[in-house]
Structures are given as C-alpha cells and as structure tokens.
Design a protein. Sequence first.
Length: 95
Amino acid sequence: MRTRQYPAQVFDFVLNGKSKITHPRQLRGKTIALFTDGWTSIVNPMLAEVGVSPKSVKYRTFGPQWVQAVALGQADAGLVWEGLRAQLVGQSATF
C-alpha cells in the first residue's frame, strides 16, 4: 500500500500498490473512492490546491468498503487520514 500525504495536511490518498500515480496532479481524469458524497468537501480543496479541477475527477461512493474498492482496482485512489493511514500500514495492507 502507498499513500500520498500533503505537508500540513491531515488527509491523504491511498493508492493501489500497482498504481503509477506519484503526485496528486495525476488524479486528473481518475476515480476517487469515498465513504460518502459529503467527503467531496474534503477532497475538492485538496485537488484545487495542486491545480486539479474537482470537475476533472470522478467520485464513487462505496460506503465502508471505500478502501477495499481501491485495493480491488474499482477506484484509482481513496481518501484516508493520518490515523487510518497508520492503521493500514500497521496491518501491512498491500494495495
């Protein structure tokens, strides 16, 4: 599993271990997995900060399986936060 973290940012993106994404700008045109549609209010400013229009990505809501959706290749990235990222790394999750 790999994550991308923004400096001074609590939220990250989790990527499938086979992903070629190395920078958040590469999320343009990709699918981002979310627990709920409300999480777009977190992701939209993150994308805008790196110059990616939120309209250029596709959001998919997976409920509690949003991280697994990334692992299964149903989305290119998923929203995670510092504590969850640490938990996934501690579980040796391979995405």
